[in-house]
Ligand binder design. Structure first.
Ligand SMILES: NC(=O)C1=CN([C@@H]2O[C@H](COP(=O)(O)OP(=O)(O)OC[C@H]3O[C@@H](n4cnc5c(N)ncnc54)[C@H](OP(=O)(O)O)[C@@H]3O)[C@@H](O)[C@H]2O)C=CC1
Ligand SMILES: O=C(CO)[C@H](O)[C@H](O)COP(=O)(O)O
Length: 521
């Protein structure tokens, strides 16, 4: 199949150059301030920077993400003051920081942390979502001054971020809610950053975040999304898409493993091949590496010894719940969240298998090809992103944000977990028409026309053989519903009117009507 012509790349030169200038000016200003304060001294025993020279930013929470972000910040020439609940971790971290330790100010108390940062201060929180963030804000509040800024860079429910932004404004502080994606590797070498909060607050710290962010053809993947919880909202939908993307990949892995009898390394090799085509993406790439990895102790494929119960920290669930509130169907994401919950119920599943027997699962030779699975995954992925972007557009209108849909696609092109070669084309399509379902854009409708038959064949064969495919099935149903001009909701409306006198519209004249249901209605 020939690809359509429009895989144009946005020219990165203009914005990228101006960003480089901004970063250079910021770094220079930090250096000047440090020069003015004299030389840095180092504690002989710990090797930790102890000088009165002030840090350009503070960071609380040296776990997986915080420790890597701190190193990334230091590597980008910005001295960073660090604090962690467990003090030993702070010292271990600073000791292990090697040459970057000279830009790390290790603090044992929040008082030390605040004192170590150049005012007006900016302090990043990289701690678990929920009450911990409120506790950290409350602990910092008596120590900071008007104009200081707290930045929650963990995953947060955007409703909490909205509330915290209002509380901060009342207290004369600035509050940013920033979604950071990319896992440990991204945090260390370039994550994708989705910021929300007062624009002027973002502008103040943007040079640091743009410096540490991933780059797509020179353009930093760090974007201000809007006021309040806008950044955390976009990160939440990112994670919802992440759930669906991962689930769809797991579903085709299930067909290869159970339906086709392929080994984990064989599945890995298929993913590696797919990663050279339209499915090129971080999640397919790591699935290839996972499939090919073997357990050093037993020599068996690692994938075969991992328990089949998926964990979750809540962002997928937040997406599904919010989508319901917004009446924005994200059926593939909802199915993926439900699939994780069902995977966790392993004892119930075992009982089900005892009662009903295992489904046949094995496909007849030739029932499906690897190419069918690839095409099914391409179609499913387009539907899942289309749902995510539609939800973002709905939220933008509902919450009075002006969420920049093309920029969201752009900021996801590098650094984040859902980065994929399709995102540049999504940015182009959303630039042309941000209000239109992505499935209908020229490039994606062209692909869907070509690939949806394979999605249908795959879902049908899987259903026939008891291979569960909740996300791909949900994606196919969404596609079919969205291409059906006359749905079956006329019967729903009749039923509602029958039992509750809710009324219905007619197709042949305007107005509200009731049916001739008689006394039984
Ligand atoms: N891991 C990932 O891939 C990603 C995570 N995130 C988000 O980033 C945030 C941090 O995640 P991650 O680094 O993985 O988490 P970790 O569990 O690795 O680290 C948690 C950090 O928070 C501190 N902490 C935990 N509880 C408290 C508390 N009650 N009071 C003070 N400090 C506390 C821990 O300190 P101590 O050492 O004392 O335990 C530790 O420094 C979360 O919001 C997460 O959802 C975002 C993107 C990706
Ligand atoms: O934000 C992330 C990636 O983008 C985190 O890794 C998050 O923890 C993933 O979600 P979950 O733990 O629910 O799978």
């Amino acid at each position: 199949m020939a690809l359509p012509p429009h895989r144009a790349r946005a020219s990165p030169d203009g914005p990228a150059n101006s960003v480089r200038v901004k970063i250079a000016l910021f770094v220079f200003s930090v250096y000047r301030r440090h020069q003015a304060r004299g030389t840095v001294s180092v504690d002989k025993e710990s090797g930790i920077l102890t000088d009165a020279a002030k840090a350009g930013i503070g960071l609380i929470g040296l776990g997986t993400m915080g420790s890597n972000l701190a190193l990334n910040i230091a590597e980008n020439s910005v001295p960073v003051a660090i604090f962690n609940r467990t003090t030993e971790t702070t010292h271990e971290f600073a000791r292990a920081a090697g040459p970057l330790a000279k830009r790390i100010v290790a603090c044992e108390t929040l008082e030390q942390l605040v004192a170590a940062i150049e005012p007006p201060r900016a302090i990043i929180l990289m701690v678990p979502a929920g009450p911990v963030v409120d506790e950290q804000v409350a602990a910092l509040r008596p120590l900071i001054e008007d104009g200081d800024m707290i930045i929650d860079a963990g995953n947060a429910n955007f409703h909490d971020t909205n509330r915290r932004a209002v509380e901060a404004a009342t207290n004369g502080e600035l509050f940013l809610g920033i979604g950071v994606s990319g896992g440990a590797e991204g945090a260390r070498h370039g994550p994708s950053i989705m910021a929300g909060g007062p624009r002027e607050a973002w502008d103040r710290v943007a040079p640091i975040f743009e410096a540490i962010a991933a780059r797509y053809e020179g353009t930093p993947c760090a974007t201000w999304m809007g006021e309040g919880g806008a950044g955390h909202f976009v990160k939440t939908v990112h994670n919802g898409i992440e759930y669906a993307d991962m689930q769809m990949i797991a579903e085709v892995y299930g067909v290869m493993r159970d339906g086709m009898g392929m080994s984990a390394p064989q599945c890995g090799q298929v993913f590696a091949r797919w990663n050279e085509g339209l499915l090129k993406s971080y999640l397919v790439e790591i699935s290839a590496r996972i499939g090919e990895a073997s357990d050093p102790e037993t020599g068996n494929p690692v994938l075969d010894i991992i328990a089949d119960r998926a964990g979750q920290k809540g962002t997928g669930r937040w997406t599904a719940i919010e989508a319901q509130h917004l009446a924005a169907p994200v059926t593939a994401i909802e199915a993926a969240v439900a699939a994780r919950n069902m995977s966790a119920a392993s004892e119930v599943r075992a009982e089900g298998e005892r009662i009903f027997g295992a489904a046949p699962r094995v496909l007849e030779n030739g029932a499906l090809s690897i190419d069918d699975l690839e095409a099914a995954l391409i179609a499913g992925k387009i539907v899942c992103y289309a749902q995510g972007f539609t939800m973002i557009a709905r939220a933008s209108a509902e919450f009075g944000w002006a969420l920049p849909l093309p920029d969201i696609a752009r900021v996801w092109r590098a650094g984040c977990i859902i980065r994929s070669s399709m995102l540049n084309d999504m940015a182009t399509a959303l630039e042309a028409n941000p209000d239109r379902n992505l499935m209908f854009a020229d490039f994606f409708s062209y692909l869907l026309k070509a690939k949806h038959p394979a999605l249908r064949t795959t879902v049908a064969a899987a259903a026939q053989n008891g291979l569960p495919m909740p996300a791909l099935t949900a994606g196919l149903a969404y596609f079919d519903i969205m291409r059906t001009e006359r749905s079956t909701a006329n019967l729903i409306q009749a039923q509602r009117d029958f039992f509750g006198a809710h009324g219905f519209e007619r197709i042949d004249r305007p107005g509200q009507y009731h049916g001739p249901w008689g006394a039984s209605g």
